[in-house]
Ligand binder design. Structure first.
Ligand SMILES: Nc1ncnc2c1ncn2[C@@H]1O[C@H](COP(=O)(O)OP(=O)(O)OP(=O)(O)O)[C@@H](O)[C@H]1O
Ligand SMILES: [Mg+2]
Length: 240
């Protein structure tokens, strides 16, 4: 069970321009709802409530990608396969989707026992709102190439119908998440630069930077003194 949202913490983070970090192993309906509530607070404060549906989609998509990537690590470890070896990667992926879907509870428990997590972070700055979705794994080369390919592909299409017709990659999902996200943000008139992908030896993360509306937020001093609020949204960890 996920703890209910602590509105005071969220309000304080919005008011004091602190980073709010949620940490979880799972990403199901409860976690999604929790994230939606927080996003609503931040969007209201940023004067951007109209972006709710689209950003909700983006965050859920990114968090699901992160969860899949974490689950893959647990699955590969169990099968004694090296995810960073390309031929072993494809051997592991043959049954990954089907087996982890069929044994969802088992893998959830393994994720809970592992040090793998998903973090969703929110921060309101003077003229922008930042949302980051991160997971603590190093990308396999295949994953990295897939992400790069999707990002490149998204530039080729104006709409989802065209993208849908030409993408064939169902090793993990429909293979449409990243393309859809980028096309959607572009169609909203937001610069593609608002979404950025990062990866290093120990982490993969995606950063969304949304400009706040109008001038009402501008001129408000940004209190970025490094303080942050971190808490966990599943019952296996205590909030900090
Ligand atoms: N956080 C991540 N860590 C590791 N690999 C990732 C991550 N995010 C994306 N990827 C890789 O990028 C690929 C493309 O992601 P995308 O969301 O476009 O498609 P998908 O998740 O496979 O399918 P769909 O989103 O349609 O269910 C994924 O299949 C995965 O290999
Ligand atoms: Mg996806």
């Amino acid at each position: 069970m996920v703890r209910s949202l602590n509105r005071e913490i969220v309000e304080q983070a919005v008011r004091e321009r602190k980073m709010l970090t949620l940490t979880t192993h799972a990403y199901f309906a409860d976690e999604r709802e929790y994230v939606d509530d927080i996003l609503n607070y931040f969007l209201e404060a940023a004067g951007r409530p109209g972006l709710r549906d689209q950003l909700t989609y983006c965050i859920h998509e990114l968090a699901n990608n992160a969860k899949k990537a974490n689950t893959k690590r647990v699955y590969f470890e169990e099968k004694e396969l090296d995810i960073h070896n390309e031929s072993e990667y494809w051997i592991g992926m043959r049954h990954f989707r089907e087996e982890t879907t069929r044994n969802i509870e088992v893998y959830l428990e393994r994720l809970r026992q592992s040090d793998l997590h998903i973090k969703v972070q929110f921060k309101l700055n003077g003229d922008s709102m930042m949302v980051a979705v991160r997971n603590n794994v190093r990308l396999a080369r295949v994953e990295r190439e897939k992400m790069e390919e999707k990002i490149a592909r998204s530039h080729q299409y104006d709409n989802m119908a065209d993208a849908y017709a030409s993408i064939e990659d169902s090793s993990e999902g429909a293979g449409l998440g990243i393309v859809m996200m980028i096309i959607m943000l572009r169609n909203l008139g937001l610069s593609e630069e608002i979404i950025r992908f990062f990866t290093n030896e120990s982490e993969t993360f995606v950063l969304l930077t949304i400009p706040v509306a109008g001038d009402e937020m501008r001129g408000t001093p940004v209190d970025d003194n490094g303080s942050s609020t971190t808490f966990s949204i599943d019952s296996t960890q205590d909030g900090v």
